[in-house]
Write a protein that binds this ligand. Structure first.
Ligand SMILES: Cc1cc2nc3c(=O)[nH]c(=O)nc-3n(C[C@H](O)[C@H](O)[C@H](O)COP(=O)(O)OP(=O)(O)OC[C@H]3O[C@@H](n4cnc5c(N)ncnc54)[C@H](O)[C@@H]3O)c2cc1C
Length: 432
């Protein structure tokens, strides 16, 4: 028996049975036992979701021992891996043979199954989220079936690609990979309202683009990354310093100061933006350009806005923060994701602008997140499944056109609701 606690220490379970299968047969066995005894199971990855999506209620199915690279097919440019492999281990295995993933989010601690299950994404209108790299998914269901779903061949593939862990347990995936590449970034500062005004053009101004805005700083930073033939620099030392000194000592000290004296938050942000965000450009291995050093403990809410409403969303968020004088101590992050066909993907059927509201614990956090959630609902944004949100099943049904088909499939593959937890009951509706 053990407790589940997520990365941000904001979600925890009671003591639950902890199953660590070593094979697909053992996964099926745990699901079968749970179904027969009418107990609930939650597959868990690295526990890096802020939402309670991974919180187990009776049995935790920990995939960490199913983490092998099974096959790299350099000619076909695909890799077959077990579901519990972390992105860090996968990047390393690919780099050894001169391959890479064409898109990644900000960190590499997640498992591949956990990342795709929540629609985890990086920032590019050229590339989709991580689930868009899938070619095949193997999923074992509480109903006792094993489905090997292939992109373009099985309708259920688009349901299983972003599944919230509600359809079955993913045991293997095949991903599309590309030759290893290096990126070089440039940073441009612009006032946040000017960024909002030109958002569409900014989003399309490079292969990979993201925006960070520390309220109070002189401008927002637009980060653009393009491919370079120049050999990447060895960043191990500077990454170590960022992880162990900047993000563990200096940034937390600045956050603690701001939490004590909230009116200083904007001045602190100005100093952080000048000294930390505007750095000289160097060529980087692609995964090191996508990933940032592990940030200090904080909370995140993030919503996917239709690109056509993104400028309005960012303008309103900026006016809200400045107008209500909310002391925001982390960057607001703006990213872009190409549209896809996965039924429960926040980018289903529309190119999206992902706006992230992040904060370390401080007095204004509840007010900031509540206002952001309200604004996001008004603009019919879709919440990031792995981050804080306040939506219910009616709202989800409104913004996900394939939600009914997804729930119907979940009832077929998981007739007793073995994979449900309180969070899934809330966002998908009762399983009965
Ligand atoms: C510091 C930090 C930075 C982050 N950066 C980004 C980012 O840049 N972009 C972004 O989009 N998100 C980001 N996230 C969010 C994160 O990517 C997601 O929450 C992701 O789902 C976490 O993966 P995990 O392996 O920890 O999965 P968990 O949080 O453990 O689980 C997430 C979901 O996956 C399901 N699941 C796990 N394994 C399986 C399986 N084998 N079969 C079926 N279902 C399974 C679980 O049931 C649960 O529903 C970040 C999170 C943190 C803490």
């Amino acid at each position: 028996m053990r407790r589940f606690v997520n990365w941000s220490r904001t979600q925890r379970s009671i003591d639950v049975e902890w199953a660590i299968p070593r094979s697909e047969a053992e996964v099926a066995d745990v699901l079968g036992r749970a179904r027969r005894s009418k107990r609930r199971v939650r597959p868990i990855g690295s526990g890096h979701s802020w939402s309670p999506i991974a919180v187990p209620e009776q049995i935790a199915l920990d995939l960490s021992r199913l983490s092998r690279v099974l096959e790299i097919d350099a000619a076909a440019r695909t890799v077959r891996v077990e579901a519990g492999i972390t992105l860090a281990a996968l990047n390393l295995a690919l780099d050894r043979v001169g391959l890479a993933l064409s898109i990644l989010g900000s960190i590499d601690a997640q498992t591949i199954a956990g990342a795709i299950a929540t629609g985890t994404h990086g920032s590019s209108l050229v590339h989709g989220n991580l689930a868009s790299l899938l070619e095949e998914i193997v999923i074992v269901t509480p109903s006792g079936e094993r489905h090997a779903l292939v992109r373009g061949h099985d309708e259920a593939f688009d349901a299983a690609a972003v599944s919230l862990g509600a359809l079955g347990v993913i045991t293997e995936v095949v991903l599309r990979v590309c030759p290893a590449f290096a990126l070089i970034g440039e940073v441009e500062a612009r006032p946040i309202l000017a960024v909002a005004r030109d958002l569409d053009a900014i989003a399309r101004s490079a292969e990979y683009v993201k925006v960070w805005w520390l309220p109070g700083a002189d401008g927002a930073q637009i980060f653009r990354y393009g491919r370079t033939p120049i050999a990447p620099h060895d960043l191990r030392l500077s990454r170590w310093i960022d992880t162990h000194v900047t993000n563990r000592v200096i940034f937390p000290a600045a956050l603690a100061l701001g939490a004590r004296v909230p009116r200083w938050t904007r001045s602190i942000n100005r100093v952080v933006a000048q000294s930390y965000l505007e750095r000289p450009a160097v060529p980087m291995r692609s995964d090191l350009a996508f990933n940032v050093a592990m940030p200090p403990l904080h909370r995140e809410a993030e919503h996917a806005f239709d690109m056509v409403r993104a400028a309005e969303a960012l303008t309103r968020l900026a006016e809200l923060i400045d107008g209500d004088d909310i002391a925001v101590n982390f960057p607001v992050e703006v990213r872009f994701v190409r549209e896809d066909a996965a039924w429960m993907s926040p980018a289903f059927g529309r190119a999206t602008c992902q706006i992230g509201a992040y904060m370390a614990e401080a007095a204004d956090l509840p007010r900031f997140f509540a206002a952001f959630h309200t604004l996001s609902r008004e603009l019919l944004a879709r919440p990031h499944w792995g981050k804080e949100m306040d939506v219910d099943a009616d709202y989800v049904a409104r913004v996900y056109p394939r939600r009914d088909a997804f729930v119907t499939l979940a009832r077929r593959w998981d007739p007793e609701g073995t994979l449900r937890n309180a969070f899934l009951d809330r966002v998908l509706g009762s399983h009965a």
